[in-house]
Design a protein around this ligand. Structure first.
Ligand code: CO
Ligand code: ZN
Length: 329
């Protein structure tokens, strides 16, 4: 594991719509790894790696670089901030946690005292304290976006951090670009914007590239924690080849392509049927006249919390699987 790279990826600011810093960080890493590099009109970063094979098909691989976060909607007289969600937020995951704004300012997220606690708190019951003493004194403005705080920890073969969703996918694609020698495909690696809100970056970048095949690389849930929704995916049992999620059915040929690559690379894999959630592949398959699309998932616990957990071997095996996918026709 290149922990320094993963630390940089997970800790760099980049909520949906505000991907400038994370894009610059990824750009530094991939600058020398492609034949062509560009940023498209909605901010996705694209690395194009040509194939020596004549008439090679175009393969697009995408990981989203945006992250969930929040946005300030209102500042109260005493300086407390109210906020709305950027992407999927669960109030229970954030009470007592911290938010970081673009300028580095930290706030504590907490919940109002509620008379009736039989129901889970909603976002409207939460507020942020940045230490301001009044509205005038508050160094944050309405419309400012923030991200959650959670450092990277490596322990017992697991990795814990904020924003594994989907910086672990960005990590896998950067490592893959470092390792591939002779791509059998005309390869486009996309670090997409706004996945957590509208899938906008994936949709528009795919239109310009017009690939023959598109694959997203993202996290998926697992069924291996106490009273989890039953699901066949477990941490440490290999990357998961998506069969279906709530936004798409993976194209059978793309699904098979990933399974064949797993067998060729001799890495374990799991089949994924995800009942809640989707990825960039949902948007990519609907571009132009339709793009056969699929997804390779990194199993993750505690998704959309500040402490998302993945297994190191699953990450390494996802890289091997994708290298085999790209190098084999
Ligand atoms: Co997500
Ligand atoms: Zn994601």
């Amino acid at each position: 594991m290149d922990l320094k790279l993963l630390e940089k990826l997970t800790q760099t600011f980049g909520p949906s719509g505000y991907e400038g810093e994370i894009r610059a960080a990824i750009r530094e890493e991939v600058a020398s790894l492609g034949d062509e590099l560009y940023v498209d009109r909605l901010g996705s970063l694209v690395v194009h790696r040509r194939s020596a094979a004549p008439q090679a098909k175009k393969l697009l691989l995408a990981a989203h670089m945006d992250e969930i976060g929040l946005m300030v909607t209102h500042i109260e007289e005493k300086g407390f901030l109210r906020f709305t969600n950027i992407g999927g937020l669960y109030p229970l995951h954030h009470i007592g946690g911290r938010v970081r704004f673009a300028n580095g300012l930290i706030g504590t997220i907490y919940v109002e005292r509620r008379e009736d606690r039989s129901q889970a708190p909603q976002l409207k019951h939460l507020y942020i304290d940045v230490g301001a003493k009044s509205r005038e004194d508050c160094p944050v403005a309405v419309g400012d976006p923030g991200v959650f705080v959670g450092s990277l920890v490596q322990q017992n073969g697991r990795l814990i951090s904020k924003t594994m969703d989907d910086r672990i996918g960005c990590y896998v694609l950067i490592e893959m670009l470092r390792q591939i020698q002779a791509p059998a495909y005309d390869l486009y690696v996309v670090f997409s914007t706004q996945e957590e809100v509208t899938l906008a970056g994936a949709r528009t970048s795919t239109y310009r590239i017009a690939p023959d095949i598109a694959i997203s690389v993202d996290v998926t849930l697992t069924g291996d924690t106490p009273k989890a929704l039953p699901m066949a995916v477990e941490l440490g049992k290999g990357p998961a080849v998506k069969v279906k999620d709530s936004g798409m059915i993976a194209h059978p040929t793309v699904r098979q392509m990933l399974i064949d690559a797993a067998q060729q690379a001799d890495v374990p894999y799991q089949l994924e049927v995800l009942q809640g959630g989707t990825t960039d592949a949902m948007a990519m398959q609907l571009v132009r006249e339709g793009i056969p699309s699929g997804c390779l998932s990194i199993p993750s616990r505690f998704v959309h919390s500040p402490s998302e957990m993945v297994d190191e071997a699953d990450v390494e095996n996802a890289i091997k699987l994708l290298v085999a996918t790209v190098e084999t026709n």
